[in-house]
Design a protein around this ligand. Structure first.
Ligand code: HEM
Ligand SMILES: [Cu+2]
Length: 628
């Protein structure tokens, strides 16, 4: 093996020489690191902290829903004027819902999920020494952190954080005096999101250029693991759709502060006719959902990629329908841009236009079903290892099916007009997004923990975490379908004001207690995560016997990922349980001359010599069989 390290930026120098130009201080190792592996960990830890905060907010408003008439003095002690007399104030309730949704969707499932795994896996799985621009990559994390801090700081302003829901529709968001959450809190929301989007773009452009330009020898697009495909297409979606939200947000800032009227018209506030003319709040909805719909795929596609990988590794089987998996990701990506109108069926859009959006929306069910079918076929007759990561990946599939099915109902305009803004929608997106995407992320955390922290997580705590969360999530979200069908609206502070909804009180109490149980289960995860970083069992280099390149890199993290040469790739990543091979896995960097098994004949395309060798090899195999 060569002692020379060739960096992708073209600098050639001795391996031991790394320290002389990057002195390893605490600050540049843990804080201002430009190493993608460290940035991945930063995204992960920040994402987990944000997830716990958002979860706590949801438990607070669930308590309000379960006990709408009771007061809890402790709430006043904790929240001060946001909970006078121990009851959460209606305005603060709206803020809680808003910030819970915003943090979960953007800060946890977008930044926490993609930021962690795109950073960790893209360079390691395609055989690159780092991102295309490690410096911009570092900036991406820092902007994310600043955005998170600004979002949380809105709890410190007097009138509280933004309210009106994570979609921040005008006019509530555009008129600073409309409600408490339209004031300073909303301004902070807008600033935070603008920085957040800048962070996403920096990250996304880096991921895209890294995948396109920095793959190692032999790693053609059709040899990339599905994780890389999914993270790559996610980045494309983000780069194409987030700028539209920035545009929407900037116009909103203009309306709020500079007297324009992009979104305001015919507004009467406290009996006073407001001077705004022209403009339309519906314009904001178009801009928002042009991001908003692709956004739901920005959160689910990385989860799909991670789960595909975990399912294949732990079934000890090639992923079923690799090409179909990639094409369905591409199909979903393209389609996700032409369906945003399904969030706007009730805005009074022309029914013909509604019909067009309905058809495009329902077509997404096709690639979604292809993926589901392929996951199940991968599991079918596999030699399954039920590691915690595997359970979470199976859980992801389960939630994707049960949440996706209700999408088909909602996609029909005639049904959606009744179901819009009810608990049915809450049930739908918490199953697909709140549960499936989180489970995919957790599958990723359990599976790649040894790669990140060089130690194993505790399995028993992992099983405890899985079962309590899996059962808890169904107990919380399944009953909501029935509430929604009965017409219970979302974002109501005291639904018992209405006689017809009183009968749902016991169900709300049940859901709240299930949510508290699921919340407590997350402490098992938090403990396991922190404890294992320091005291977990030390890992071996390839603990899961997986094929992808990250497991060929040394356990100790080195700058540039591999000591000496970067591995060359000869085969696709799913050569599991191949006849004619001693072990049940063949890593991507094992040449065909060492073992002729491959599941993918096209591995021999562009390699006529290889195909010839393979044919020769199979005929000798056959001859041997005949002799036996
Ligand atoms: C077969 C696929 C799907 C279809 C046909 C579908 C359809 C729909 C429709 C029509 C709505 C609007 C409901 C309303 O507001 O009245 C909706 C809402 C939503 N969907 Fe889906 N969906 C699908 C998959 C997904 C996936 C995979 C995710 C996330 C990973 C997702 C996340 C959401 C979210 C977050 C909302 C609510 C947005 C809000 O108003 O706050 N959906 N879906
Ligand atoms: Cu949508």
């Amino acid at each position: 093996m060569s002692t020379l390290a060739v960096h992708d930026h073209g600098v050639v120098h001795h391996e031991e020489g790394h320290e002389h130009h990057h002195k390893a201080t605490f600050l540049n190792t843990y804080v201002f690191s430009q190493d993608h592996k460290m940035i991945a960990k930063q995204f992960l830890v920040t994402g987990i902290i944000m997830a716990f905060i958002a979860m706590t907010l949801s438990l607070l408003f669930r308590i309000q829903l379960a006990y709408p008439d009771k007061s809890f003095p402790i709430l006043e002690t904790l929240l001060g004027h946001f909970a006078p007399g121990g009851r959460i104030s209606p305005d603060f309730y709206m803020s809680l819902v808003t910030i819970h949704g915003t943090i979960m969707v953007f800060f946890v499932l977008t930044a926490g999920l993609s930021g962690t795994f795109a950073n960790l896996l893209i360079p390691l799985q395609i055989g690159a020494r780092d991102m295309a621009s490690p410096f911009v990559n570092m900036l991406s994390y820092w902007l994310f952190l600043v955005a998170s801090i600004i979002m949380l700081s809105s709890f410190m302003v007097e009138k509280g954080p933004a309210s009106g829901g994570w979609t921040i529709y005008p006019p509530l968001s555009a008129l600073p005096k409309a409600m408490p959450g339209s004031g300073m809190g909303m301004t902070l929301w807008l600033i935070s999101m603008t920085l957040f989007i800048a962070s996403q773009l920096m990250g996304g452009i880096n991921y895209i250029s890294t995948v396109l330009n920095m793959r190692t020898k032999g790693m053609d697009l059709w040899k990339m693991p599905l994780t890389v495909w999914a993270l790559f297409l996610t980045a494309v979606l983000g780069v194409l759709s987030f700028p539209v939200l920035v545009a929407g947000v900037v116009l909103l800032i203009f309306d709020r502060s500079f007297g324009t009227s992009f979104y305001l018209s015919d507004i009467v506030l406290a009996g006073q006719v407001q001077p705004y003319e022209g403009g339309s709040p519906i314009l904001f909805q178009h801009l928002f959902w042009f991001l908003g719909h692709p956004e739901v795929y920005i959160v689910i596609m990385p989860a799909m990629g991670l789960s595909s990988e975990v399912l294949s590794v732990n079934s000890r089987k090639p992923i079923f329908g690799y090409h179909a998996m990639v094409y369905s990701l591409i199909g979903i990506s393209v389609l996700s841009f032409i369906v945003w109108g399904h969030h706007m069926f009730v805005t009074g859009m022309n029914p013909f236009l509604g019909g067009v959006f309905m058809i495009t929306t329902l077509i997404i069910a096709v690639p979604s079903a292809v993926k589901t079918f392929n996951w199940l076929a991968t599991l079918w007759r596999g030699n399954i290892r039920f590691t915690p990561a595997m359970l979470f990946a199976i859980g992801m599939v389960s939630f994707f099916i049960s949440g996706g099915l209700t999408g088909i109902f909602l996609g029909n305009a005639a049904l959606d007009i009744n179901l819009h803004d009810t608990y049915f929608v809450i049930a739908h997106f918490h199953l697909v997004m709140g549960s499936a995407a989180i489970f995919g992320m957790l599958a990723g955390v359990y599976h790649w923990f040894p790669k990140m922290f060089r130690r194993m997580m505790d399995e028993r705590l992992g099983y405890l975490h899985f079962w309590l969360t899996f059962i808890g999530a169904y107990l919380v979200f399944f009953p909501m379908h029935f509430m929604g069908l009965d017409g219970v609206p979302r974002r109501y502070y005291a639904f018992t004001e209405f006689e017809s909804m009183k009968r749902w009180l016991t169900v709300n109490v049940f859901i709240t207690w299930a949510a508290i149980m699921a919340g407590i289960a997350q402490l098992a995860f938090a403990f396991n995560f922190v404890h294992s970083i320091f005291w977990g069992k030390k890992t071996v280099q390839n603990p899961w016997n997986a094929n992808t390149l990250e497991w060929t890199a040394p356990i100790e993290h080195v700058h540039g990922n591999w000591i000496g040469e970067i591995p060359t790739v000869y085969r696709w990543p799913y050569d599991y349980s191949k006849p004619g091979h001693d072990e049940d896995f063949i890593p991507q960097n094992v040449p065909f001359s060492q073992t002729m098994s491959s599941n993918l004949p096209h591995d021999f395309e562009d390699n006529p010599g290889g195909l010839e060798e393979y044919t020769k090899w199979t005929s000798t195999q056959k001859a041997n069989e005949a002799v036996k």
